[in-house]
Each structure stands twice: as C-alpha cells, then as structure tokens.
Design a protein around this ligand. Sequence first.
Ligand SMILES: Cc1cc2nc3c(=O)[nH]c(=O)nc-3n(C[C@H](O)[C@H](O)[C@H](O)COP(=O)(O)OP(=O)(O)OC[C@H]3O[C@@H](n4cnc5c(N)ncnc54)[C@H](O)[C@@H]3O)c2cc1C
Length: 250
Amino acid sequence: MTTPDAPAPKSKKPRYAVTVSRVVALTPRMRRVTFTGEALAAFEWSGPAAHIKLVFHADTAPVLRTYTPRRFDSQTRELDVDLVLHGEGPASTWAEQAAPGQTLQIAGPGRAYAIDAAAGAFLLAADETAIPAMATILADLPPALPVQVFVELSELSQAAALDVAHPGASFHWLVRGAFDPLPGALLEVAVRGAALPTDARVYVACESGAMRRIRRHFLQERQFPAAQLTTRGYWKQGATDHPDRDFGEE
Ligand SMILES: Cc1cc2nc3c(=O)[nH]c(=O)nc-3n(C[C@H](O)[C@H](O)[C@H](O)COP(=O)(O)OP(=O)(O)OC[C@H]3O[C@@H](n4cnc5c(N)ncnc54)[C@H](O)[C@@H]3O)c2cc1C
C-alpha cells in the first residue's frame, strides 16, 4: 500500500493544444520548456508530483510520453515542463531541438501526491527525471519539517535543475560514474545509509529496477510501513514509453 493520492481534478484527462513560448537550458542536460495557449485556460494544477502526457504528432501517429507539470500560472496560461536530455527517444530528441513557435498537445494532469500532514520528516529519493517532481513536493512541504533529499545525477551540473529551497532540507548529490553498473545503484546505497524517524514519509521516483530494489529495502529489510512509502518507476532501462503507473507493488 502507498500513501493515497489526492483526487484528480477530473476523471477523464482533457487535451490541450499548446505552443512553445520559451526554452531555457537549466543545465546542459535539462531543458525547461514553457507552453502557452488559449486552451490552457481550462488546465487545472492538481498538486505536487502529478503527471501529464506530451503528445507528439497528434494528427498522424501520436506518440505519448509522461512528464511532470513543473509550474502552471493560470493568469498567463504558462505551463513549464523540465525534460532530461538522456540521448534517445522521441521526447528527449524533441527537447533537444525545441524552439518557440512549435506546437503539440498536452493531456492531463493526473493525480498528485497527497502530502501527509502527520509526517514528522521526509526522505525524497530521485534520479534526474524526478527532479521536477521533487521540486513540486519540496515547495509544498511545511518549512519546519526535516527533509533528506537524495538525487542521483549523470553529472553534478544537473543539480542546478532542482531550483527550490527548503529550510529543513539536506541535499545529497550522487554523481553516477561511467563504470557504475546500474542506474540508481548509488541512490540505493545512499538511501540504505539514511537514518529515519518512525513517523517519516518516503517518496522514491527513479529507474524502475532501482525503485524496486529500494522499495524492497524499505519494506523487507527496514520493515518500514508500506503506508508511509510511495514508489514510482519513472523509466525503465531498455524499454521505451514506460507506463506511468509503475508503483512497484506487484
Ligand atoms: C509520472 C512520471 C513523471 C515523469 N516526469 C518527468 C519529467 O518531468 N522530466 C523528465 O525528463 N522525465 C520525466 N519522466 C520520465 C520520462 O517519461 C521518461 O524518461 C521517458 O522514457 C522519456 O521518453 P523518451 O521518448 O525520451 O524515451 P523513450 O522512447 O521512452 O525511451 C528510449 C530509450 O531511452 C531510455 N531512457 C528513457 N529515459 C531515460 C533516462 N532518463 N536516462 C537514460 N535512459 C533513458 C529508455 O530505457 C529507452 O531505452 C516521468 C515519468 C513518469 C512515469
């Protein structure tokens, strides 16, 4: 069992035609793309760590990929999405060449993460694809809460993509080397060493296999309560278009 998600604002995910208005290189491997469009007048921010679908080639052979709404301004109808340039795949290659004036469709958002008011502390564990999700969670956490943030990065410059401060947060940047065998291996080692109070809540989002290893560690080795643990597989090594509902619970 995981922490229950907050209700989505709508049961059927609407689609919005949007135009790229701005592209910023947050880091050498992370692009922030700002979308605008009249259609976004109906877009509803559902909360932290929600997801949307970017729909490429909507009119011909649609290709959908899952991303996190990083910021939405209902006044200006601007929606920011931060995309990792990981090297291959339609979304990553689109992000490399994204420029103002380009159009696509967005669907969503899906359900957000419900922050438990009873939590005495938080541990957030992520790789760079979940930096946007971690940023939206950090922004909503009470300032007095102690928060341990573990992020595995392909290079240290990626840390700048987590552009949210929290007074109680300690940040642990784990830089993957060329010889590290598996994505998420450093993250797993670091999280294993973290001390946690019993009333902590844990949110893990990273490569699917790493997420499962970390999930097993919490549930089996630490006997950590499942209701205080949320795990999400954001991508899977060797698989395209990984599903957005990989929670590691099976
Ligand atoms: C709920 C949710 C929210 C997400 N939010 C974000 C977000 O805000 N920003 C973001 O950048 N990503 C996010 N992701 C991850 C993103 O959906 C995947 O990385 C997706 O595979 C990218 O699509 P693609 O077309 O570039 O690659 P695909 O066509 O899906 O995959 C092509 C190849 O690239 C590999 N691959 C995919 N992602 C990575 C990676 N990060 N590093 C190395 N290899 C990879 C695959 O294993 C495959 O071999 C999120 C995923 C989920 C489930």
